[in-house]
Design a protein around this ligand. Structure first.
Ligand SMILES: [Ca+2]
Length: 131
């Protein structure tokens, strides 16, 4: 009983030490970044009358324009999301309610109780859209 208490105390101490070490290195990094940011922000233009919000936006847009890697991240993420959301299940079930073969295929694959594949071959609306 005493041994387990001692052991758990030691474990707790080690965990606390590791956590504290991580925390200090994190805060140190954070302070460095903050200092660099403050320096970068202060250098270009920091007139006394300029609100902090405005200068922050300008600094951010300057970064995204100057750094191609920074810009490529959002553009890679955006297209699939846009493609996935171009169609939406809205209760329509018939080919006559579709506007394209792509839309009919999306509905057949993703939406419940569609009536667009009478011969069950996986191809919707052969006569109207996907023929
Ligand atoms: Ca079919």
């Amino acid at each position: 009983m005493k041994l387990t208490t001692l052991l758990s105390l030691i474990v707790l101490g080690v965990v606390a030490l590791v956590a504290f070490d991580r925390y200090t290195s994190y805060t140190a990094e954070r302070a460095e970044v903050d200092a660099a940011e403050t320096k970068a922000r202060a250098k270009p233009r920091a007139p006394a009358g300029d609100p902090a919000w405005g200068s922050g936006t300008r600094a951010d847009s300057a970064v995204s324009e100057g750094d191609p890697d920074w810009e490529s991240v959002p553009t890679v993420v955006a297209p699939p999301a846009a493609a996935a959301s171009s169609f939406r299940c809205d209760g329509r079930t018939h080919c006559s309610q579709m506007t394209s073969c792509a839309e009919a295929e999306f509905f057949l694959r993703n939406c419940p109780s569609t009536k667009m594949d009478g011969n069950n071959d996986g191809e919707p609306c052969e006569r109207q859209w996907c023929g």
